[in-house]
Design a protein around this ligand. Structure first.
Ligand SMILES: *Cc1c(COP(=O)(O)O)cnc(C)c1O
Length: 392
């Protein structure tokens, strides 16, 4: 089985580039250039330098001793929560801002739901001194005031999307409209392994630094470069893609964790692999939560970052080919696991990440197994949700 994208942008049956004609020149320009730039030694040197000095990489691979004792297995945490801005998203935005510069673009646009990708984009635009416009649903702007403030402080303009449900999907439509209208000077930074080819492959390559470091760090600590398991949460799937990337062709069990919300069949869920059917979202053919007549279903999860009705095409392929095991975790299971990590290891995880941690309560591992959990982000942004949930 092949888990890399093919010439046409497909992972098995999933992926491709299903875009309006008007968008074709922009996407084609990127497709023709992205591999040349990524593989260019000068590009790599600049990328690696920024990951080191600005993001703070390599992030530690931390042996969680007390957590390991509790579950009677060897658990390592890959500390993406220690990245600048608090999560893995910055790995991707650094890569894409360098791509934009190489392509001679001067104006950056992005869409954001909870605001995390908007903040990561505004951050790299400030770093490079480029104009930044972030589209965000009007409802999300109200719900996510601190991230709106962060983006403004970083010099970005936040433009409200006022159509439809006024959330992520509508913000994405606005961003695409903007890109169609500004094809020459504008670059669109997408925040996960979603969108038309080449975005899923490009974003996976930028995030693959996570598993490259895991391999090297595990070799130093355990004298072997492959763990038995890698576990990561999946919204669009970028942190999981990065954590799985260098293990796709290895004998390593991959576990992708989705948000079951209030229960997979409760009607309030974001468990795309369990509920999704093949459809097209954001220019890509993938698994998608939709009604009988193909309308996208509004997803729900307590964690804003997993609250996405689709999944990137790589993950649809990993699911369909059974290369990865998909587990859905409820709000309650995630919140409990998140709080448990706080008390056991002194680390407050993002609620997205807490879903990955909850797998420890669902699945039995052997004492000698090496289990790496990708700690995608820190919980500072989720403090209010923790406070309200546990009544602190
Ligand atoms: C955005 C986010 C996610 C979900 O996005 P992916 O593209 O699936 O990685 C997961 N964890 C954190 C901390 C996030 O900010």
């Amino acid at each position: 089985m092949n888990y890399k994208v093919n010439e046409q942008g497909f992972y098995g049956d999933f992926g491709g580039s299903f875009i309006p004609e008007m968008l074709y020149p922009n996407v084609e320009e990127l497709r023709q250039n992205y591999l040349n730039y990524i593989e260019d030694p000068e590009f790599q040197a600049e990328f690696q330098q920024l990951l080191k000095d600005y993001v703070g990489r390599p992030t530690p691979l931390y042996f969680a001793e007390r957590l390991s004792a509790k579950y009677n297995t060897k658990i390592y945490l890959k500390r993406e929560d220690l990245c600048h801005t608090g999560a893995h998203k910055i790995n991707n935005t650094i890569g894409q801002i360098l791509m934009a510069k190489r392509l001679g673009k001067t104006r950056i646009i992005a869409e954001t739901g909870a605001g995390q990708h908007g903040v990561a984009t505004a951050t790299v635009c400030a770093l490079m001194g480029l104009e930044c416009i972030v589209y965000m649903g009007e409802v999300d702007i109200e719900r996510q005031a601190p991230n709106v403030a962060r983006m403004k402080m970083l010099g970005a303009e936040v433009r409200p999307a006022t159509s439809g449900s006024k959330t992520l999907k509508d913000a994405t439509n606005e961003a695409i409209r903007d890109w169609i209208n500004n094809p020459v000077d504008t670059y669109y930074i997408i925040g996960s392994v979603v969108g038309p080819h080449p975005y899923p492959d490009m974003v996976a390559r930028f995030q693959s630094v996570i598993s490259a470091e895991m391999k090297q760090q595990l070799q130093e600590k355990e004298n072997r470069s492959n763990p038995d398991y890698v576990i990561a949460c999946v919204g669009g799937g970028s942190n999981a893609a990065g954590a799985f990337y260098h293990f796709l062709d290895e004998k390593v069990q991959l576990i992708a964790v989705e948000a079951a919300g209030k229960g997979v069949h409760s009607g309030e869920s974001a468990a795309t692999s369990a509920l999704g059917k093949i459809g097209i979202i954001h220019g890509s053919k993938t698994l998608l939560m939709q009604t009988e007549d193909g309308q996208i279903t509004e997803p729900y999860s307590i964690s804003a970052g997993l609250d996405y009705p689709g999944v990137g095409p790589l993950h649809a392929h990993l699911f369909a080919s059974k290369r990865a095991e998909f587990i859905a975790i409820t709000d309650e299971e995630a919140m409990t696991a998140g709080l448990h990590l706080c008390k056991t290891e002194g680390i407050i995880p993002a609620i997205e990440t807490a879903h990955a941690l909850a797998v420890l309560d669902q699945k039995q591992f052997n004492p000698n197994d090496i289990v790496i959990i990708n700690l995608s982000g820190r919980g500072d942004k989720d403090l209010n949700t923790y406070i309200n949930y546990f009544d602190f």
